[in-house]
Design a protein around this ligand. Structure first.
Ligand code: ZN
Length: 296
């Protein structure tokens, strides 16, 4: 059986593991994201100390260059994170380890992992959204991970302002109060209500408003990409009260227009949490490795 390496490459921490699937993740290591040289060096040291892997997968924070053949393929591009602008991620790892490398956004990795082993098994069109310090989305469409010009930036979908939320200035440095992340990320929630989301009680009006904004963005995604399932993860979604409200408002917002059984039956099987939970990042990277090995 093939053994794969996985890197969940985040802006604050990197997680490395080897394994064959979510039930078999061995030797996990995590360390803070410092300079590219030091951080990638620690990844290389980790994998050199393991049995030889057949391929490596990297689910990476972005923005990243994914066009094969582009001069900076495999690089992080314009991040404000110090030292990481134009940093080559794939090159040093590929050179040191000599195995095929699957490289994609963290959220594209997550949707692939959920399709391979989690909440979207058996489906070839699904979307994974994380709602936390920002909003990000990955899409598997007809079995392929979505990217082209760059990669999807679903967090910046424009969403209409809710009628009872006229004053909030929004939290996106690019779009203010006009985009999904600006209105519904964890920091937006905290800024609007003057306290962190996890300190707001379950019956606070914040959650109904949050659910309406989440449903608003999801409505566009359902209409544009027609996913078989929507998987919602991230810190904000840990609040139990939120998911039922999102289903309710998405149903209301679609208004019966899209005639599909999955949408008309209360959405309990349509809008779901990640089955891989907090492992979806590292398991997603493992799925990227498996896919990289297959295309070799
Ligand atoms: Zn924005």
């Amino acid at each position: 059986m093939s053994l794969y390496g996985a890197i969940e490459a985040g802006g604050t921490k990197f997680v490395c593991a080897v394994g064959t699937g979510p039930e078999d993740l061995r030797a996990q290591a995590r360390f803070p994201t410092t300079t590219p040289k030091e951080t990638l060096g620690r990844c290389i040291d980790f994998f050199r100390a393991q049995p030889r892997i057949d391929a490596l997968g990297i689910g990476c924070f972005g923005p990243i260059e994914l066009r094969h053949g582009a001069r900076r393929y495999g690089h992080v591009t314009t991040t404000p994170k110090i030292g990481w602008g134009n940093a080559d991620v794939v090159g040093p790892l590929h050179q040191a380890l000599g195995v095929p490398v699957g490289f994609d956004t963290d959220v594209n990795g997550a949707v692939l992992g959920e399709a391979r082993w989690g909440a979207a098994q058996g489906l070839d069109t699904a979307i994974y959204i994380t709602i936390g310090t920002g909003i990000g989305g990955g899409a598997l469409i007809g079995g392929q991970l979505a990217h082209g010009l760059v990669h999807p930036e679903m967090g910046h979908l424009l969403v209409p302002r809710e009628a009872d939320d006229l004053d909030f200035a929004g939290d996106c440095p690019f779009h203010g109060a006009r985009c999904w992340e600006g209105m519904a990320s964890g920091p937006a929630l905290a800024r609007r209500w003057g306290q962190r989301g996890e300190t707001l009680p379950a019956d606070h009006p914040a959650w109904d408003l949050e659910a309406r904004y989440i449903a608003s963005g999801l409505t566009s995604l359902v209409l544009v990409l027609s996913p078989d399932r929507l998987i919602l993860g991230g810190g904000v979604m840990q609040v139990d009260a939120l998911l039922p409200l999102v289903r309710k408002h998405l149903t209301r917002s679609l208004a019966g227009y899209v005639q599909a059984d999955a949408l008309l039956k209360g959405m309990n099987d349509y809008v779901v949490p990640p089955l891989l939970g907090t492992q979806s990042g590292i398991v997603g990277a493992l799925a990227l490795a498996e896919r990289a090995a297959l295309v070799q």
